[in-house]
Design a protein around this ligand. Structure first.
Ligand SMILES: [Zn+2]
Length: 233
Protein backbone atom coordinates (compact mmCIF):
# COMPACT_ATOMS: atom_id res chain seq x y z
CA UNK A 1 0.00 0.00 0.00
CA UNK A 2 1.37 3.48 -0.81
CA UNK A 3 2.66 5.35 2.24
CA UNK A 4 0.07 8.13 2.08
CA UNK A 5 -2.77 5.61 1.87
CA UNK A 6 -1.32 3.84 4.93
CA UNK A 7 -1.24 7.15 6.80
CA UNK A 8 -4.87 7.82 5.83
CA UNK A 9 -5.80 4.31 6.89
CA UNK A 10 -3.97 4.77 10.22
CA UNK A 11 -5.92 7.97 10.81
CA UNK A 12 -9.17 6.09 10.10
CA UNK A 13 -8.27 3.38 12.61
CA UNK A 14 -7.37 5.98 15.22
CA UNK A 15 -10.70 7.76 14.62
CA UNK A 16 -12.60 4.48 14.98
CA UNK A 17 -10.63 3.63 18.14
CA UNK A 18 -11.39 7.04 19.66
CA UNK A 19 -15.11 6.52 18.98
CA UNK A 20 -15.06 2.98 20.38
CA UNK A 21 -13.13 4.04 23.47
CA UNK A 22 -15.63 6.82 24.17
CA UNK A 23 -18.49 4.40 23.60
CA UNK A 24 -16.87 1.90 26.00
CA UNK A 25 -16.32 4.39 28.80
CA UNK A 26 -19.84 5.83 28.43
CA UNK A 27 -21.33 2.32 28.49
CA UNK A 28 -19.27 1.43 31.60
CA UNK A 29 -20.40 4.65 33.31
CA UNK A 30 -24.01 3.85 32.39
CA UNK A 31 -23.58 0.34 33.82
CA UNK A 32 -22.24 1.72 37.10
CA UNK A 33 -24.99 4.32 37.35
CA UNK A 34 -27.59 2.76 39.66
CA UNK A 35 -29.18 6.00 40.85
CA UNK A 36 -32.71 4.96 39.76
CA UNK A 37 -32.37 1.66 41.66
CA UNK A 38 -31.02 3.37 44.76
CA UNK A 39 -33.83 5.97 44.60
CA UNK A 40 -36.42 3.15 44.46
CA UNK A 41 -34.74 1.43 47.45
CA UNK A 42 -34.74 4.70 49.41
CA UNK A 43 -38.45 5.22 48.60
CA UNK A 44 -39.24 1.71 49.94
CA UNK A 45 -37.22 2.31 53.12
CA UNK A 46 -39.02 5.61 53.66
CA UNK A 47 -42.49 4.08 53.03
CA UNK A 48 -41.70 1.14 55.37
CA UNK A 49 -40.54 3.50 58.11
CA UNK A 50 -43.60 5.74 57.69
CA UNK A 51 -45.96 2.75 58.09
CA UNK A 52 -43.99 1.43 61.07
CA UNK A 53 -44.11 4.82 62.75
CA UNK A 54 -47.90 5.10 62.25
CA UNK A 55 -48.35 1.55 63.60
CA UNK A 56 -46.31 2.43 66.69
CA UNK A 57 -48.49 5.48 67.17
CA UNK A 58 -51.64 3.36 66.77
CA UNK A 59 -50.39 0.81 69.33
CA UNK A 60 -49.79 3.65 71.78
CA UNK A 61 -53.35 4.89 71.29
CA UNK A 62 -54.75 1.36 71.69
CA UNK A 63 -52.90 1.02 75.01
CA UNK A 64 -54.23 4.36 76.16
CA UNK A 65 -57.80 3.37 75.13
CA UNK A 66 -57.55 0.06 77.03
CA UNK A 67 -56.35 1.83 80.17
CA UNK A 68 -59.13 4.42 79.95
CA UNK A 69 -61.84 1.79 79.37
CA UNK A 70 -60.66 -0.17 82.38
CA UNK A 71 -60.63 2.96 84.50
CA UNK A 72 -64.15 3.94 83.35
CA UNK A 73 -65.43 0.45 84.10
CA UNK A 74 -63.87 0.58 87.58
CA UNK A 75 -65.31 4.02 88.31
CA UNK A 76 -68.74 2.97 87.02
CA UNK A 77 -68.56 -0.04 89.29
CA UNK A 78 -67.97 2.28 92.24
CA UNK A 79 -71.05 4.28 91.21
CA UNK A 80 -73.33 1.27 91.75
CA UNK A 81 -71.58 -0.88 94.33
CA UNK A 82 -72.68 1.28 97.23
CA UNK A 83 -69.19 2.41 98.29
CA UNK A 84 -69.99 5.99 97.41
CA UNK A 85 -73.08 7.35 99.12
CA UNK A 86 -72.66 11.04 99.74
CA UNK A 87 -74.42 13.11 97.04
CA UNK A 88 -71.35 15.39 96.62
CA UNK A 89 -69.07 12.37 96.13
CA UNK A 90 -71.58 10.80 93.71
CA UNK A 91 -71.72 14.00 91.66
CA UNK A 92 -67.90 14.21 91.65
CA UNK A 93 -67.66 10.59 90.53
CA UNK A 94 -70.22 11.12 87.77
CA UNK A 95 -68.26 14.15 86.60
CA UNK A 96 -65.04 12.16 86.70
CA UNK A 97 -66.64 9.38 84.59
CA UNK A 98 -68.02 11.94 82.10
CA UNK A 99 -64.57 13.50 81.81
CA UNK A 100 -62.95 10.08 81.26
CA UNK A 101 -65.56 9.22 78.59
CA UNK A 102 -64.95 12.51 76.82
CA UNK A 103 -61.20 11.89 76.87
CA UNK A 104 -61.78 8.35 75.54
CA UNK A 105 -63.94 9.68 72.73
CA UNK A 106 -61.19 12.16 71.74
CA UNK A 107 -58.57 9.42 71.63
CA UNK A 108 -60.88 7.17 69.59
CA UNK A 109 -61.37 10.00 67.09
CA UNK A 110 -57.60 10.46 66.93
CA UNK A 111 -57.20 6.75 66.27
CA UNK A 112 -59.79 6.81 63.46
CA UNK A 113 -57.93 9.68 61.77
CA UNK A 114 -54.68 7.75 62.26
CA UNK A 115 -56.19 4.62 60.66
CA UNK A 116 -57.04 6.68 57.55
CA UNK A 117 -53.42 7.88 57.39
CA UNK A 118 -52.17 4.32 57.90
CA UNK A 119 -54.37 3.05 55.07
CA UNK A 120 -52.98 5.71 52.71
CA UNK A 121 -49.42 4.97 53.89
CA UNK A 122 -49.92 1.24 53.25
CA UNK A 123 -51.12 1.98 49.72
CA UNK A 124 -48.00 4.10 49.11
CA UNK A 125 -45.86 1.36 50.64
CA UNK A 126 -47.29 -1.25 48.23
CA UNK A 127 -46.68 1.11 45.30
CA UNK A 128 -43.07 1.73 46.42
CA UNK A 129 -42.40 -2.04 46.67
CA UNK A 130 -43.95 -2.61 43.23
CA UNK A 131 -41.86 0.22 41.76
CA UNK A 132 -38.71 -1.31 43.29
CA UNK A 133 -39.61 -4.67 41.74
CA UNK A 134 -39.99 -3.04 38.33
CA UNK A 135 -36.73 -1.12 38.81
CA UNK A 136 -34.87 -4.32 39.75
CA UNK A 137 -36.16 -6.05 36.61
CA UNK A 138 -35.17 -3.02 34.52
CA UNK A 139 -31.71 -2.98 36.16
CA UNK A 140 -31.14 -6.67 35.34
CA UNK A 141 -32.24 -6.09 31.74
CA UNK A 142 -29.98 -3.01 31.49
CA UNK A 143 -27.00 -4.88 32.97
CA UNK A 144 -27.37 -7.74 30.47
CA UNK A 145 -27.77 -5.35 27.57
CA UNK A 146 -24.79 -3.15 28.56
CA UNK A 147 -22.54 -6.11 29.38
CA UNK A 148 -23.23 -7.49 25.88
CA UNK A 149 -22.40 -4.10 24.36
CA UNK A 150 -19.15 -3.93 26.38
CA UNK A 151 -18.05 -7.38 25.17
CA UNK A 152 -18.84 -6.37 21.58
CA UNK A 153 -17.05 -3.01 21.80
CA UNK A 154 -14.03 -4.58 23.52
CA UNK A 155 -13.70 -7.08 20.69
CA UNK A 156 -14.08 -4.29 18.11
CA UNK A 157 -11.33 -2.35 19.93
CA UNK A 158 -9.05 -5.41 19.88
CA UNK A 159 -9.68 -5.96 16.15
CA UNK A 160 -9.13 -2.27 15.31
CA UNK A 161 -5.97 -2.20 17.44
CA UNK A 162 -4.52 -5.14 15.56
CA UNK A 163 -5.37 -3.54 12.18
CA UNK A 164 -3.87 -0.29 13.45
CA UNK A 165 -0.68 -2.05 14.53
CA UNK A 166 -0.22 -3.73 11.15
CA UNK A 167 -0.82 -0.35 9.52
CA UNK A 168 1.86 1.23 11.73
CA UNK A 169 4.16 -1.67 10.93
CA UNK A 170 4.10 -0.71 7.26
CA UNK A 171 5.15 2.91 7.92
CA UNK A 172 8.68 4.18 8.56
CA UNK A 173 9.70 5.44 11.98
CA UNK A 174 10.05 9.01 10.72
CA UNK A 175 6.56 9.01 9.12
CA UNK A 176 5.11 7.57 12.32
CA UNK A 177 6.89 10.24 14.36
CA UNK A 178 5.50 12.94 12.02
CA UNK A 179 2.00 11.42 12.23
CA UNK A 180 2.06 11.08 16.05
CA UNK A 181 3.41 14.60 16.47
CA UNK A 182 0.65 16.05 14.24
CA UNK A 183 -2.03 14.08 16.11
CA UNK A 184 -0.76 15.45 19.39
CA UNK A 185 -0.66 19.03 18.18
CA UNK A 186 -3.73 19.05 15.91
CA UNK A 187 -6.55 17.72 18.05
CA UNK A 188 -6.07 14.08 17.06
CA UNK A 189 -6.27 14.73 13.30
CA UNK A 190 -3.00 14.27 11.40
CA UNK A 191 -4.37 13.36 7.97
CA UNK A 192 -6.91 15.47 6.09
CA UNK A 193 -8.49 15.28 2.64
CA UNK A 194 -9.01 17.64 -0.23
CA UNK A 195 -12.71 18.34 -0.73
CA UNK A 196 -13.94 20.95 -3.24
CA UNK A 197 -10.48 22.52 -3.27
CA UNK A 198 -10.30 22.95 0.53
CA UNK A 199 -8.62 21.03 3.36
CA UNK A 200 -11.13 19.07 5.48
CA UNK A 201 -9.03 19.78 8.59
CA UNK A 202 -8.90 23.58 8.49
CA UNK A 203 -11.49 24.26 5.71
CA UNK A 204 -9.09 26.70 4.07
CA UNK A 205 -8.79 26.69 0.25
CA UNK A 206 -5.63 24.90 -0.92
CA UNK A 207 -3.51 26.57 -3.66
CA UNK A 208 -2.96 24.60 -6.92
CA UNK A 209 0.71 23.79 -6.19
CA UNK A 210 -0.19 22.14 -2.87
CA UNK A 211 -3.15 20.35 -4.48
CA UNK A 212 -0.76 18.85 -7.00
CA UNK A 213 1.64 17.70 -4.28
CA UNK A 214 -1.24 16.11 -2.38
CA UNK A 215 -1.84 13.77 -5.32
CA UNK A 216 1.51 11.99 -4.84
CA UNK A 217 0.73 8.63 -3.18
CA UNK A 218 4.28 8.11 -1.90
CA UNK A 219 5.30 11.49 -0.46
CA UNK A 220 3.07 13.00 2.22
CA UNK A 221 2.40 16.68 1.51
CA UNK A 222 1.32 19.13 4.22
CA UNK A 223 -1.67 21.46 4.02
CA UNK A 224 -0.03 24.93 3.68
CA UNK A 225 -2.44 26.31 6.26
CA UNK A 226 -2.76 23.71 9.06
CA UNK A 227 0.33 21.55 8.33
CA UNK A 228 -1.69 18.33 8.45
CA UNK A 229 -0.91 15.66 5.86
CA UNK A 230 -3.19 16.40 2.93
CA UNK A 231 -4.52 13.53 0.80
CA UNK A 232 -5.70 14.77 -2.57
CA UNK A 233 -7.14 11.57 -4.04
ZN1 LIG B 1 -5.53 22.32 6.45
Amino acid sequence: MPKVADLASLQQHDDILAGLTTNLSETRADLENDSAHRAAQAAVAEADEHCASLEREQNGLEDEIAILREKISREEGRLYDGTVNLPKELTDLQQEIASLRSHLSDIEDTELALLDKLEAAETSQKEAHAALGREEAATREKQNRLENIIVKVESEIAATNSERESCRGRLTASLLAQYDDLRRRKGGIAVTHLRAGACTGCRVSVPPSARKRSLDPETPAPCPNCERILVGY
